[in-house]
Each structure stands twice: as C-alpha cells, then as structure tokens.
Write a protein that binds this ligand. Sequence first.
Ligand code: DP6
Length: 309
Amino acid sequence: MKATATAHANIALVKYWGKKDDALLLPEAASLSVALDKLLTTTTVELGDFPSDSLTLDGRTEDPRRARALLDAAGISLRARIASRNEFPTAAGLASSASGFAALAVAACAAAGLDKSREELSALARLGSGSATRSVPGGWAVWERESARQVYPPAHWDLRFCVAICAGGEKDVGSRDGMRLTRDSSPYHAAWIEQCKRDLPEALRLLAARDLAALGALAERNALRMHADALAAAPPLVYWQPPTVASLHALRELRKQGVAAFATIDAGPHVVAMCRPEDAPAVEARLRAVEGIADVLVCAPAGGARVLP
Ligand code: DP6
C-alpha cells in the first residue's frame, strides 16, 4: 500500500483569486495555466494502520490536515505516511501547494489501488489546494468548476517561463487567507471577477493562435489586476518586494528594445517572464541583473501528474 507520484507546479495566465465555496474550494471564475518542467514535486504515500497521519515536506514535519481532507474525499480511511520533496533547483520561496497536492492525490489513489479518472484525480487535488486542480492534467489547463482539463498538450507551444526569485523565505499571508480577505473586503473584487470572465475566452483564442504579444499583454494585465484587487483589501495585501517592481520595469525596457517578454506574478514576490525560447537567454540575463534577484529558473511547458513505476 505504497506509491510515488510526481507533478509539476503551474503558473496561471488568467488567475484564480476568489472562491465561491470556501469548504469545497470552488472558484468564482475559471482560470488558465501552464505546467512548468523544472518545478517538480515527488510525493510518496504509504497507507497502513499507523497511530496518526504524518506529512513531511523536504524532510520538515508539516500539518497533515489538508492532506486528510483529500484522503477522506477519496474514501481512504487508513492512516497515511506522506513524504513530499520539491525537486526545484532552488529552494528559496518557491514551495508549491499545486504540485504537492496534485502528486498527493495521484500517489494516494495509487497506494489505495483506486482506479480514478484524471478528472476525478483533479477534483480530489482541488480539496488540498485550488491551483492543484490544474497540475493533475498539466500542459495548458483550464479549471472551471470541480476539475481542470488539459486544453493543449505542452508541445502546443514551446514558450519559456523565466522564474525570477525575488525574495527568500515564507510570505506573510498565504493564498488561502489572502484570497478570502480580498473577496470579503476589496471594493474592486466584483470587477476583478468580471474581468477574469472576459479574459479567459480571449486568452484561449490567443493561445490557439500562438499570439505571444497579445497573450503576454493579457496575462500581465490579468496579474496586475489581481494584485490591484489584493492591494485594495483591508488590511491591504502587498505581495511585492523591490525586485518585483524592478523586474516589471526591466521587462518593459526589454519590450521597447523589441524583445517580447511579459510578466505574471502569483500571490508572492516572484516574477515569471514568458517569452520565446530564442529570447530566453536575454530575458534571463536581464532579470539576473536586477538587484535583489537571487536566481532565475528557465522553464518550459510540462505534462501532468503521474505515478512512478
Ligand atoms: C495567485 O491554489 O494556493 O497562485 O485554493 O486556497 O489553496 P487555495 O489557494 P491556491 O491559490 C493560488 C492563487 C494564485 C493564482 C493561481 O494559481 O491561479
């Protein structure tokens, strides 16, 4: 009763930032993401008659309650020993609940001998973390309701995503609390959700056409509007650090010089710049020159979660 699975973290181009059901983790609006090859998590689940559940992340003991919610929903009543490792080339502040819970859903069901569809596995991963829904199918994925689906395989478009590490350590307010606070107190929240509903069909059209200039601009606007919503919360949520802002300006300068590179930022300080493979060395070098950036990881689109033999 033991299995190991891997999953990649994903970066959203149309963000999920607001729940319509806090217990079931159902989103107010649909989101679009791409899985990133270098952001890989490996999780081993062993089921048995243990005194309690246990969870370690990169060797540190963590609270297993969110994992238990997922296991209960899968009908797994045996206790679980869960060991999760982030195979990220850099440890600094890139912990991903998306890859972690996607790998957990797949490994736990394999350990229990449950034969679940990708859709069912995606819906289970959601109960750990909303964004994990999209890491189960991987590739270019859309999450609308209970589960996410792959709309294009990774090979649909060979782009690069330069992940600039703009700070170390944990952020003050995690996505779970930040999202709730924003929904409940930002006067701009309804407008943000309406914007996402307009952005998704347009983003899918631009993704089908592989139009980097237009999709990149849309993704950058979408991310900045999510942060505008969070900044308008009470108390305000400021996820950015000085290198975050400096990176946004650096990418603007690059665009003036004719390099198509666009930013997206999750609920944290790190900037992810999307660009063509041939421009990635220049984008990476420019970001590395930003004061305070500790590292830059250049990622390509990746596939979904899978059980290791
Ligand atoms: C900003 O999936 O971490 O990265 O569902 O509460 O666990 P919970 O939140 P989480 O939020 C991710 C928010 C985001 C945008 C995105 O990935 O779409």
